[in-house]
Write a protein that binds this ligand. Structure first.
Ligand SMILES: O=P(O)(O)OC[C@H]1O[C@H](OP(=O)(O)OP(=O)(O)O)[C@H](O)[C@@H]1O
Ligand code: HPA
Length: 185
């Protein structure tokens, strides 16, 4: 199905699951090379990253550890930049190689907050792996953003972990919100 409707919004297909899987495999291979002889800690940012994290770590052949962190910042399709709190960050990250796993980097506010918290523990290194990046929405560059699946336009996306009002995370593909044509003058 190339067009779907979730509540009041229509979405068109943007990235098919096959395409996501191929890109994820390549990123996994790159991480296996980059972290040879090391034991990184993958930290998935819930909820959105749960499918990407699961598929990514299946490509990892290194010894590695995994954890999940939860922060909350969005209610609707609007980015407020407001981060309330982070839950679940392991307390033993000193001297470890950290790979933060995100479904999407939009404004970058969420990551900026998480990075600040992670650095407090003096890890050996921190990199970010995000399936999607919206370069036009990013408010400040993120040096740690090493692995990006796809750059997407500044449009709301849903599916493969990403939600619209809590719905659509289970979709196999990623969809973008249809833009409403502006009325003729
Ligand atoms: O770069 P930003 O503008 O900060 O946006 C990116 C963050 O927003 C989404 O999470 P959200 O807070 O919506 O929670 P969710 O993962 O549970 O959907 C997404 O999963 C990222 O973590
Ligand atoms: O485009 C998006 N879709 C879903 N969740 C999001 N969180 C930040 N940007 C998005």
């Amino acid at each position: 199905m190339n067009t779907i409707k979730i509540e009041d919004k229509e979405f068109d297909i943007l990235l098919e699951n096959d395409n996501i899987a191929k890109r994820t495999r390549l990123i996994g291979i790159q991480i296996n090379v980059d972290y040879e002889n090391r034991c990184p800690v993958f930290i998935g940012v819930l909820n959105g990253s749960f499918l990407f994290m699961a598929d990514l770590v299946k490509e990892i052949t290194l010894p590695c550890e995994m954890a999940f962190i939860r922060v909350s910042s969005y209610k609707d399709t609007q980015s407020t930049g407001e981060i309330k709190e982070a839950f679940g960050l392991p307390g033993n990250l000193k001297d470890r190689d950290i790979i933060l796993v995100e479904d999407i980097v939009d404004t970058g506010f969420t990551l900026a907050y998480i990075l600040k918290e992670v650095y407090k523990q003096q890890p050996a290194s921190v990199k970010v792996c995000s399936l999607l990046l919206k370069p036009e929405a990013l408010k400040a560059p993120i040096e740690e953003l090493e692995y990006v699946g796809f750059e997407v336009a500044n449009e709301f996306v849903v599916g493969y972990g990403l939600d619209y009002n809590g719905l659509g995370r289970n979709l196999n593909h990623i969809y973008k919100a249809k833009t409403v044509a502006s009325p003729l003058p």
